[in-house]
Ligand binder design. Sequence first.
Ligand code: ATP
Ligand code: SF4
Ligand code: MG
Length: 335
Amino acid sequence: MSMAPTLEVRNLRTHFFTREGVLPAVDDVSLRLERGRILGLVGESGSGKTVTGFSILGLLDPPGRVVGGQILFQGADLLTLDKRALRQLQGNRIAMIFQDPMMTLNPVLRIEAQMVDAVLAHSKLSQKISKTQARELARETLGMMGIASPEERLQAYPHQLSGGMRQRVAIAIAMLHKPDLIIADEPTTALDVTIQAQILSEMQNLARLHGTALIWITHDLSVVASLADEIAVMYSGRIVEQGAVSEVLDRPLHPYTQGLIGSLPSNNRRGQRLRQIPGMTPNLLQLPASCAFAARCERVSERCQQRPEISEPVGGHLLRCFHPALPTQPEPQFG
Ligand SMILES: Nc1ncnc2c1ncn2[C@@H]1O[C@H](COP(=O)(O)OP(=O)(O)OP(=O)(O)O)[C@@H](O)[C@H]1O
Ligand code: SF4
Ligand SMILES: [Mg+2]
């Protein structure tokens, strides 16, 4: 087994070459995910979460293009793999759960065929498995997703299921592949909280038992708090704060993260969504030369007219800010 981390993203930059100009949707994003670890990726709408996921998976379409950085999957640079090798990895070792389940599901195949395929694709890599066993596993996994009468659901076509049901089937299919990496883009947002909790707990089991690393994109801090080990907060295409979930949610140091989380005590966090911060995110086509958060920041100073780089860890947090809140320590000096 490879000793390299499951995923290492180094200084990823993804641009969209639009008619209005170059849009830096992802700029200098670095992430590291060891086996079995779960990273929550949060940030306001348009901050670059989905584009980060698509970049990692090689799913960008023109005018979008990765223009810099490295994406190492178990040590191999995905950006240098050809399309065929990449597609193979995507089938077997890396899975994406999309916001729209129909990006995973095939509309003309019964659920059963799609799920059995997923099991058989995975079992090629490990032990042989019969079709009957595959079917049994499919039914069991639907059950784990809180789907009642899984036997009937297996016979259905995607259009015969509700949106929430389709989403759960798509998650079940990703799980059946037992990939080494799953990137999930807000897949449980529309689901009932009890079902959501059940799915998150199954995801944690998958991470723990199989060593699957997960990137979970979400707006919901309670999901990050209950699911993830680490959190990365994005703003205008850049990560502004990153660290252990317990650290960052309890002691956010970046003014943006503080704004998102509010000042509620940590045990009040459950069910809380990211708070609205006054003001607007800057237009990515016309990013200022200053810190991108400057227009909305309470701590802004003259110095913030320059763009802050990501820091060395400060009390376990990586920060992109000249004036992070450090109540008990002197302000760190950045380049
Ligand atoms: N095909 C495209 N062409 C041009 N710009 C794009 C395209 N896709 C995304 N973008 C831009 O890239 C930026 C990042 O978008 P992205 O979808 O990653 O945001 P997000 O964080 O996932 O937001 P949300 O929470 O709404 O899903 C946005 O400014 C968006 O307008
Ligand atoms: S660098 Fe300055 S403007 Fe940007 S978040 Fe930090 S304090 Fe605010
Ligand atoms: Mg998105």
